[in-house]
Design a protein around this ligand. Sequence first.
Ligand code: NI
Length: 159
Amino acid sequence: MAVRNIREMGDEVLGKVCREVTRMNEHTRELIDDMLDTMYEANGVGLAAPQVGVLKRIVVIDVTGEDPIVLINPRIVESSGEQTGTEGCLSVPGKAGTVTRPMYVKAVALNEDMEEITVEGTELLARAICHELDHLEGHLYVEKVEGELMDAEPIEDEE
Ligand code: NI
């Protein structure tokens, strides 16, 4: 287990389409463990493999801090509704922007044992699933931001 370096916007690896995972091995298990460590260390709610420089279709998500979800080769099979809210990304540090996403999504994926799982989420979990799956296609949320990209923590004016 180790914390890996998070790639930032401008790094070409973030613009590439990731490859499917065809079998589980020690190397990939270590990657998943490291992705979880890296996400928690950075206080993120999700992380996709390309963010640590690996072009594999793997994402980790934890919107509560105690319920990690590992999704391998995930795809969204159902979505409904709409939510508009603030989004950020560990690869775009210090920034945030308004993005509209579905209110509900259902995803099918494989878990770490390569067994098929179904994950349903609303609100933040739905948003995180959409955001992380976009990474696997080489897309960042900044492409979808409505209005301007903002500073995540605006510096308070002392006056
Ligand atoms: Ni992101």
